[in-house]
Ligand binder design. Structure first.
Ligand SMILES: Nc1ncnc2c1ncn2[C@@H]1O[C@H](COP(=O)(O)OP(=O)(O)O)[C@@H](O)[C@H]1O
Ligand SMILES: [Mg+2]
Length: 235
């Protein structure tokens, strides 16, 4: 479904991605692991068209994404929850969710997506008229993930959804992500520093080191790989 081929991205003189290739099949959860600065967020930004492609190709099915603008990429079914939540604190929960559906012309589809978001995150329904800034950190993270459901996605790009959350909330958010994946059949490209949790829930995984993919395979294999255990699983 999603394919990256030899993707290179630079920020001025900084080469953030050095020819990475990866693949996400329909309905899969694929984890992208790596240390701080490895290029994980840049990979997601490249897919959603926020940073310009240096060279290489990014495709969703037969569609070449590299020529498209971010809102056109959202219309192709790719929805991105960026690093650091990026919710609008002065807007209500409902208004934040509505913004996630701005690419949809169809009001009935927007309403159905809102019900879907509330189905997975009932707390957001309870808090729908509250300003987002008044939510707890965990609830704000839930809002960021819930907002991705508003554009009828086929692929979610989730950038460190567990960052800064207490262990109990980490389990909770991963359970919900897993449930969304199963019930909606949406594929998920999951960026995580929490490699333990990510490998537990993913079908396949890639390890990124300073802009290069150094390991890839079924998540269960990577979880047993001595290199991965030593570097990322606290072995
Ligand atoms: N806006 C930017 N301008 C310049 N360099 C950047 C910018 N964003 C990221 N970088 C650099 O690109 C590399 C990859 O960053 P990033 O994709 O954010 O890594 P990760 O998400 O894995 O922590 C790092 O060296 C980082 O310093
Ligand atoms: Mg990052």
């Amino acid at each position: 479904m999603l394919t990256l081929e030899n993707v290179c991205i630079s920020y001025g003189p900084v080469q953030a991605l050095r020819s990475i290739s990866l693949h996400v099949a329909p309905g899969q959860i694929v984890a992208l692991l790596g240390a701080n600065g490895a290029g994980k967020s840049t990979t997601l930004r490249a897919i959603s068209g926020i940073v310009p492609l240096g060279s290489g190709a990014i495709r969703m099915g037969d569609c070449d994404l590299s020529a498209l603008k971010p809102h056109q990429i959202v219309r192709r079914g790719i929805s991105h929850a960026p690093e650091g939540r990026r919710i609008f604190g002065e807007l209500t929960v409902l208004e934040n969710l509505d913004l996630g559906g701005y690419t949809l012309a169809d009001a009935a589809a927007r309403r159905a997506n809102l019900q879907r978001a509330y189905h997975y995150f009932p707390i957001l329904h309870e808090r729908r008229d509250q300003k987002a800034a008044t939510l707890s950190g965990g609830q704000q993270q839930m809002l960021a993930v819930a907002r991705t459901l508003m554009s009828s996605p086929r692929l979610l790009l989730l950038d460190e959804p567990s960052l800064g959350l207490a262990p109990l909330l980490v389990d909770q958010i991963f359970d919900i992500i897993r449930k969304i994946n199963r019930e909606e059949g949406v594929a998920i490209l999951l960026v995580e520093q929490n490699a333990n949790e990510a490998l537990l829930h993913a079908d396949r995984a890639y390890v990124l080191e300073t802009g290069r993919i150094t390991l890839e395979g079924p998540a269960a294999d990577l979880a047993r790989n001595p290199q991965v255990i030593e570097a990322y699983l606290g072995g």
